[in-house]
Design a protein around this ligand. Structure first.
Ligand SMILES: *Cc1c(COP(=O)(O)O)cnc(C)c1O
Length: 382
């Protein structure tokens, strides 16, 4: 169906940070299919893991033990400090699990209409619950009635959350991105998450983070909340976890980890051996090559290069980033930069009309990072 205004290019193969189109033209990928192919295209370890697993066992269903899934859950818990994992097939589905946890908690507390605080400018997915949670009118439009049970607040505004706490006894949790992704790489104050954690503790709310985009090393830590001094109750992730294999995960800790019992949530495909094989290969690569630290280094390098290259440019309002979530905010809308990038052989994204967004692979070499920087600088200058 007509869900995407597709660009006039189709890729036939990829290797690392590069893609090749049907005409044989090469592109440096500054977007990785929206923060998905974090360890690069056609990664050999992932390819081997998928081929081996496909030839052994792809799916049995969650009616049976799935050792690869249990082991992947253990690894994610070890990396995050969380305790239990539910596996899904996408970011939206992982987020549905989080929202259901909050509702379960509320209902168990006797709250008839439990509500979750969500932020303006957020993006949580396209299912009915996650599009309702999303703080963007364009995502809602035409799909009314939206779900009840959400309260909206401005992003990066702790005062607003405190006011909600004082006035709304039905709230059972906060669901928030550590950095707004689709919302334009908006990086909150360093204390923001820790302060939200404090409000949640004071009111017995679940502190739930959407790390679908920020997770899996992208911001320079395995999860973005690890830049702050706080622990969430629930964390969701997906995009970078399978390097293109669809997989999502909802991690929880403490009482939140015990809310689901057999019968109240599930997934046919979620956490099957094939998806989990990809997840293990991704974690192996991240660990073996220190890719979280590398993402932080690369982010600094690209940010510095963009700042030097675009210094004094009147079109530029702000250059910002955390790890490999990078943005050049422009003074005016510039959606044409995406196609201009194609012509120059570089893949970038423009979100919110005026924010050039980069989500490159964590496996870039310094030379590739510099090539990306130079191409983006020349694109903005053109
Ligand atoms: C992409 C994204 C989602 C939705 O993930 P899908 O896999 O497309 O369902 C949810 N939350 C955030 C923060 C995202 O960036």
């Amino acid at each position: 169906m007509n869900t995407y205004a597709r660009l006039p290019v189709s890729f036939v193969s990829g290797k690392g940070a590069y893609l090749e189109d049907s005409e044989g033209k090469r592109y440096l990928d500054g977007l990785t299919g929206l923060a998905v192919v974090g360890i690069g295209h056609a990664n050999e370890r992932v390819a081997r893991a998928l081929a081996d697993q496909a030839g052994t066992l792809t799916h049995t269903s969650n009616l049976y033990e799935i050792p690869l899934q249990t082991k992947l859950a253990d690894r994610l818990c070890e990396l995050s400090g969380m305790e239990k994992v539910f596996f899904a097939n996408s970011g939206a589905e992982a987020n549905e699990a989080a929202i259901k946890l909050a509702r379960l908690k509320g209902n168990q507390k006797g709250i008839k209409k439990p509500a979750v605080v969500v932020m303006d400018g957020s993006f949580h997915g396209r299912t009915m619950a996650t599009l309702t949670a999303t703080g963007n009118r364009k995502v809602h439009a035409g799909f009314e009635p939206l779900l009840s049970g959400f309260v909206r607040a401005p992003y990066n505004d702790v005062e607003a959350i405190q006011q909600i706490a004082d006035n709304n006894p039905d709230v059972v949790g906060i669901f928030v991105e550590p950095v707004l992704g689709e919302g334009g790489i908006v990086i909150p104050d360093p204390e923001y998450l820790a302060k939200l954690r404090t409000v949640c503790d004071a009111h017995d709310w679940l502190f739930m983070l959407d790390e679908v985009q920020t997770g899996n090393g992208r911001t320079g830590k395995y999860f973005a909340y690890q830049h702050s001094d706080c622990m969430p109750d629930v964390v969701t992730t997906a995009k970078g976890l399978g390097n293109g294999m669809p997989i999502g995960a909802c991690l929880a800790r403490g009482a939140a980890a015990e809310l689901f019992v057999p019968g109240n949530h599930g997934s046919t495909f979620g956490g099957n051996p094939l998806a989990c094989a990809a997840g293990h290969a991704v974690l192996d690569e991240i660990e073996e090559h220190g890719l979280c630290t590398r993402a932080a280094e690369l982010g600094e390098r690209i940010l510095a290069g963009l700042r030097t290259g675009l210094e004094g440019n009147n079109a530029v309002k702000e250059i910002r980033g955390l790890g490999l979530m990078l943005a050049v905010e422009l003074n005016e809308d510039a959606p044409h930069l995406v196609e201009a990038g194609l012509a120059k052989g570089v893949l970038i994204n423009v979100t919110q009309g005026n924010i050039l967004r980069l989500l490159p692979p964590l496996t870039l070499t310094d030379a590739e990072a510099d090539e990306l920087t130079a191409k983006v600088v020349s694109l903005v200058q053109s």
